[in-house]
Write a protein that binds this ligand. Structure first.
Ligand code: RTP
Ligand code: MG
Length: 140
């Protein structure tokens, strides 16, 4: 078992519907610790920078529009196998396909409004944490 970090976003739909507390409760109940967190409202340039890997895909413009429509919560999570544990906690990308009880089944309403983001690899974790946090903002 490897203790690792992952990066998480509570997306604008879930913040607007006041699901921050419920999502944090599920994260902590899954054994993941929140070691950094902040609320912010992404600019278009920030959203495009963060989602650069998806540029040119059919859903890209809708994704950028959605992610800039209101405040988000960004957080660093830590725990054993945190990347996989958190991806499993979120469920499938499309909330209608997500397993019952997962964050996206509970709090997502469709695409792109699927409530949460989680890094999909160790490389993504490093890039995504560095995009939002300096080292001294993360509790060691
Ligand atoms: P995420 O990056 O947000 O954790 O989601 P993911 O890995 O499960 O999915 P990804 O393929 O990286 O897509 C990023 C986000 O774009 C929106 N999306 N819409 N309409 C569509 O076909 C579609 N596909 C993706 C979703 O908000 C997805 O989370
Ligand atoms: Mg992704």
């Amino acid at each position: 078992m490897v203790r690792e970090r992952t990066f998480s976003i509570i997306k604008p739909d879930a913040v607007k519907q006041a699901h921050i507390g419920a999502i944090y409760h599920q994260i902590e109940s899954a054994g993941l610790r929140i070691v950094a967190a902040k609320m912010l409202h992404l600019s278009k340039a920030q959203a495009e920078g963060f989602y650069g890997e998806h540029e040119g895909k059919p859903f890209y413009d809708a994704l950028i529009e959605f992610m800039t429509q209101g405040p988000i919560m960004v957080q660093v999570l830590e725990g054993e196998n945190a990347i996989e544990v958190y991806r499993n906690l979120m469920g499938a990308t499309d909330p209608s396909q997500a397993e019952a009880g997962t964050l996206r089944a509970n709090y997502g309403s469709g695409m792109p409004a699927n409530a949460t983001h989680g890094s999909d690899s160790a490389e993504a974790v490093s890039r995504e944490i560095a995009f939002f946090f300096s080292d001294d903002e993360i509790i060691g």
